[in-house]
Design a protein around this ligand. Structure first.
Ligand code: EPU
Length: 422
């Protein structure tokens, strides 16, 4: 495993390009299982989670080609084994996205239960219960979900007890291949869900209500996509760059964004005092930091609320604000693992249940710290950049799962950051 050595405090300048969205690329890649011929994807980010997804597809019998430098992936979906084994799914919980496409296309699947992770228990019971309602026999045995279609997939109405992103995605795959109408109530409105739905629509699916809590799908199958599938920009990476710009007090130009998908995040940073200009139809964000930042009260929520995937980054930035901020984590029960590490650098944060109270402003001093999950690692890199002296961020594996070469991009902007083997 690698570590990052950061010499701070850093002053950055220049322009940075946002990569394709991880959480959009994963469900779109799994969608290739639904087809009988080659599907090509463009703007695929270079990440470990993409490696894991392609490995999973290969284990099923698919052929894949990845032109890493140009970000193009082709999948030849020749599925022979309808199994997503534990060894891969344990590396990436999004392996559960194999379940819907395998059931939809082949009527059977054996997918490892993802298990918990650092940010919470993360069960998949809503996926399973919804599949059962569509006519799928589902047994959970020896750590695997065994699914088989009893007779045929028949559309019905599903009410998700809570908003679930990958749960909605799994049901989209199944709904388009089922007979009749499937209505998904309380479905996720995240842009990544919309991108998957729009792709399926471009292949002939009849889906309405994308981006709203009620999605209606008329089953009827799919035709092969006629063009490469474009992965949209990563709104969480873009938000991470804004927090880096503001925390290091370095004006940055962030390119290849979609500001229209970042309303709650932009509003929060502006409320703190940042100036963020949206240029070129919102594809470029010009960020001007402020001298003084105002404290905030933030609650994470499903889209269009403030994303849980930006909680760690804004929490770190709020350590620089004048006064007391509160951050409520409403999605995952254990997503404050980064707080203990931030405190090692000098942060004054108290956690009570799902509420973190931040006192600022503080000055960070470098120290060895350890990444616990993907977004936590981004916030620890951010903390290292604003710390005086040396910070060593260990267990970098998490960062590489979800950010394309963050350290290289930072180095090009002027950060003193080195990758070392541990
Ligand atoms: N939940 C259940 N049962 C289920 C499904 C969800 O209890 O069957 C609970 C979860 O435990 C959680 C809440 O419902 O408390 C929402 O979870 P959701 O299912 O929406 O999360 P997910 O689909 O597993 C995706 C992203 C996460 C992101 C969340 C929330 C992907 C591949 N992952 O996870 O991204 O945090 O939605 O927006 O799309 C990340 O990129 O770092 C990341 C963790």
């Amino acid at each position: 495993m690698d570590a990052l050595l950061i010499e701070g405090p850093s002053k950055l300048s220049g322009k940075v390009e946002v990569s394709g969205s991880k959480n959009s690329a994963l469900p779109l890649l799994f969608a290739s299982i639904l087809f009988d011929g080659k599907v090509t994807f463009e703007n695929i980010p270079r990440l470990w989670d993409i490696e894991t997804t392609l490995k999973l597809l290969e284990l099923m019998g698919c052929r894949t080609e990845w032109e890493k430098e140009v970000g193009r992936v082709s999948v030849f979906p020749e599925v022979k084994t309808k199994v997503a084994p534990y060894d891969q799914v344990k590396k990436m919980r999004a392996g559960i996205l194999a379940l819907g496409p395998l059931v939809a296309k082949y009527g059977e699947a054996k997918v490892s239960l993802p298990g918990g992770c650092a940010i919470g228990a993360r069960p998949v019971n809503y996926h399973i219960e919804a599949l059962r309602k569509l006519g799928v026999r589902v047994e959970v045995e020896e750590g695997y979900i065994h699914a088989s279609v009893k007779d045929k997939l028949v559309g019905t109405e599903i009410l998700f007890p809570e908003v679930t992103v990958t749960g909605t995605e799994n049901l989209l795959y199944v709904g388009v291949m089922a007979e009749g109408t499937t209505v998904l109530q309380n479905s996720a409105c995240e842009p990544e869900v919309v991108a998957l739905g729009e792709f399926l629509k471009s292949c002939g699916a009849n889906i309405s209500g994308l981006g709203t809590p009620t999605i209606t799908i008329e089953g009827g199958g799919l035709k092969l996509p006629s063009q490469p599938v474009q992965i949209p920009p990563d709104r969480i990476e873009a938000g991470t760059w804004i927090s880096i710009s503001l925390a290091t007090r370095s004006p940055l130009e962030i390119n290849h964004c979609d500001a229209s998908k970042m309303t709650s995040v932009l509003a929060a940073f502006r409320q703190m005092g940042a100036k963020i200009e949206e240029l070129n139809q919102g594809t470029t964000l010009k960020v001007t930091p402020a001298e003084i930042y105002h404290p905030l009260h933030i609650e994470t929520a499903p889209y269009p609320g403030f994303p849980t995937d930006m909680q760690a980054q804004i929490l770190t930035l709020l350590c620089l604000a004048q006064g007391r901020s509160t951050v409520v984590e409403s999605i995952f029960e254990n997503r404050f693992m980064h707080v203990a590490e931030l405190r090692r650098l000098g942060a004054q944060i108290e956690v009570n249940g799902n509420v973190a109270t931040v006192e600022g402003p503080v000055e960070f001093q470098g120290a060895p710290i350890m990444a616990t999950d993907l977004r936590a690692s981004a916030c620890l890199v951010l903390a290292g950049l604003i710390s005086k002296g040396s910070t060593r961020v260990s267990r970098l594996y998490h960062l590489d799962r979800g950010y394309q070469r963050l350290d290289e991009k930072l180095r090009r902007l002027g950060a003193k950051i080195t990758r070392v083997a541990e």
